[in-house]
Design a protein around this ligand. Structure first.
Ligand SMILES: [Fe+2]
Ligand SMILES: [Fe+2]
Length: 183
């Protein structure tokens, strides 16, 4: 028999900051799925396809997990925008080549790891929603693995243009999270 405290109460009330963060996580995982779909729709490289398919499967699981504890009414109204931006974030570098794809994924995942880490820390500090904290921890670990894998494929320092693109990705992700937290 499963002990009572092992059954998470997914409907337990959440503070407004957590709902806002989960809305941004849901938007982010949706965007992540579309990043990999964007890559898969434009790349001709087998190694990139294999990389994207493997990551896409993980991102689909992440979205499914987050949907379990974020009510439909609390999800971002900008989902179509996150899908389009995600698609472009994957498709554009995939048109350039594998190096651009791996640098983009490394930049995105670096951002996401820090984003999840901050929420896990706050949940643990406030001693609330241990189940959500452990799901976010598992997502965070997967994203760190995605980042490490992408970084391992970048053999030399990216050029100026690619560095500027990755910088744009980080600034854009930061702005997207702020927006998704609100609406
Ligand atoms: Fe993810
Ligand atoms: Fe990821």
């Amino acid at each position: 028999m499963v002990p009572n405290d092992a059954i998470p109460n997914l409907r337990e009330s959440k503070p407004p900051w957590l709902v806002a963060d989960l809305r941004s996580d849901h938007a982010g995982e949706t965007g992540a799925i579309w990043i990999y779909q964007g890559i898969l729709s434009t790349t001709n490289e087998d190694a990139v396809k294999e990389f994207a398919q493997h990551h896409l499967a993980t991102e689909l699981c992440h979205l499914e997990e987050i949907e379990k504890f974020l009510d439909k009414k609390d999800r971002s109204v900008l989902i179509p925008l996150w899908k389009i931006l995600g698609f472009l974030t994957g498709a554009l570098p995939a048109l350039i080549g594998p190096r651009a794809v791996f640098a983009t994924i490394s930049a995105v995942e670096n951002f996401v790891v820090a984003h999840y880490q901050a929420q896990i820390r706050r949940l643990r500090n406030e001693n609330i929603h241990p189940h959500i904290a452990s799901v976010l921890q598992s997502c965070r670990d997967d994203e760190a693995q995605h980042e490490a894998e992408a970084a391992s494929f970048i053999s030399s320092q990216p050029g100026k243009l690619l560095r500027a693109w990755c910088c744009l990705i980080s600034v854009g992700s930061n702005f997207a999270v702020k927006l998704a937290r609100m609406i």
